[in-house]
Design a protein around this ligand. Structure first.
Ligand code: SF4
Ligand code: SF4
Length: 171
């Protein structure tokens, strides 16, 4: 998500801890059957992330090192509810805190060689966003790769929505 950091959810550590406790309490009260169903959706999401990781990493190698307007330097991103649900039911854990910007306005996870988080640990928005230069590279490359990328991103988006809807219907 990209918006004013003050309005991003659970920015303060105590709010993050409160959300974590509520989430795990609700998740722990689910029936085994419902819990397994949600876990299987997160595995589906993870498979789709993994299927495009190499494509996206290659695009980054081709474009990011020479980029003069690095998106992670000015974008404001945060974990939304679907991101934390995914982590909770995929790995039975969630990130230690909400993402914030450092004093210089840059995302706390940006390092000299790019994002320090594994793809599955990043907010979905960081994978979903394909910048104009990378879009140009995708459009000019192998059609099958472009379609695979678009289909997997759509599938992740659809399954994340389903995950939230099912979870909310179970609690
Ligand atoms: S994803 Fe695009 S905008 Fe962001 S650093 Fe790479 S080339 Fe630059
Ligand atoms: S989490 Fe990683 S990919 Fe997302 S904005 Fe921060 S540095 Fe960039």
């Amino acid at each position: 998500m990209i918006q004013d950091v003050e309005s991003s959810p659970w920015q303060r550590p105590e709010l993050w801890a409160e959300m974590e406790m509520s989430l795990f309490t609700a998740a722990g009260a689910l029936s085994m059957e419902n819990s397994s169903l949600l876990s299987s959706l997160t595995q589906q999401i993870a498979r789709n992330y993994e299927s495009i990781d190499e494509i996206l990493t290659t695009l980054c190698r081709q474009s990011c090192p020479s980029c003069d307007d690095v998106c992670c330097r000015h974008a404001t991103v945060w974990y939304d509810f679907r991101d934390v649900l995914f982590s909770c039911f995929h790995k039975q854990t969630i990130p230690v805190r909400q993402i914030h910007k450092k004093e210089n306005g840059v995302c706390m996870h940006l390092q000299a060689d790019g994002c320090r988080l594994a793809r599955l640990e990043r907010p979905f928005i960081c994978t979903w966003y394909v910048c104009p230069l990378q879009k140009q590279l995708l459009d000019g490359g192998d059609e099958k790769v472009r379609v695979q990328c678009a289909d997997s991103l759509d599938e992740i988006k659809r399954t994340r929505k389903q995950l939230e809807e099912l979870f909310c219907s179970f609690v």
